[in-house]
Design a binder for this molecule. Structure first.
Ligand code: SF4
Length: 102
């Protein structure tokens, strides 16, 4: 996992730094957050996802792949093709609203 901060969006609240001071830091002199690790250790994955979800301006993006080839943000993940297919199949079986019958 990797994590990046959109420094144009960062509102310099410092919340991510308070949550994970070993992963994020605020640069001098403007307080914009920076990431200070190349990859996130597995033990911190949940905490990094939490920090991303708690950022008030959604400036933190989590990249699940370490390789960088398949960079998909996880803060608001898109469904996998298999999930999308399941949802489509479910919609075909139960289109529209449920009418209350069993
Ligand atoms: S929580 Fe978000 S807005 Fe606050 S310092 Fe971190 S990246 Fe910037």
């Amino acid at each position: 996992m990797r994590v990046v901060v959109d420094q144009d969006l960062c509102g310099t609240t410092g919340q991510c730094v308070l949550t994970l001071p070993g992963t994020f830091r605020q640069r001098e002199p403007d307080g914009v957050a920076e990431v200070c690790v190349a990859t996130v250790p597995r033990a911190l994955h949940a905490a990094v996802r939490l920090a991303a979800n708690q950022c008030p301006v959604a400036a933190i993006r989590v990249i699940e792949s370490d390789a960088g080839g398949d960079e998909r943000a996880s803060a608001d993940p898109a469904p996998s093709p298999a999930e999308a297919e399941r949802h489509a199949a479910k919609d075909q079986h139960n289109p529209g609203e449920h009418d209350g019958t069993v």
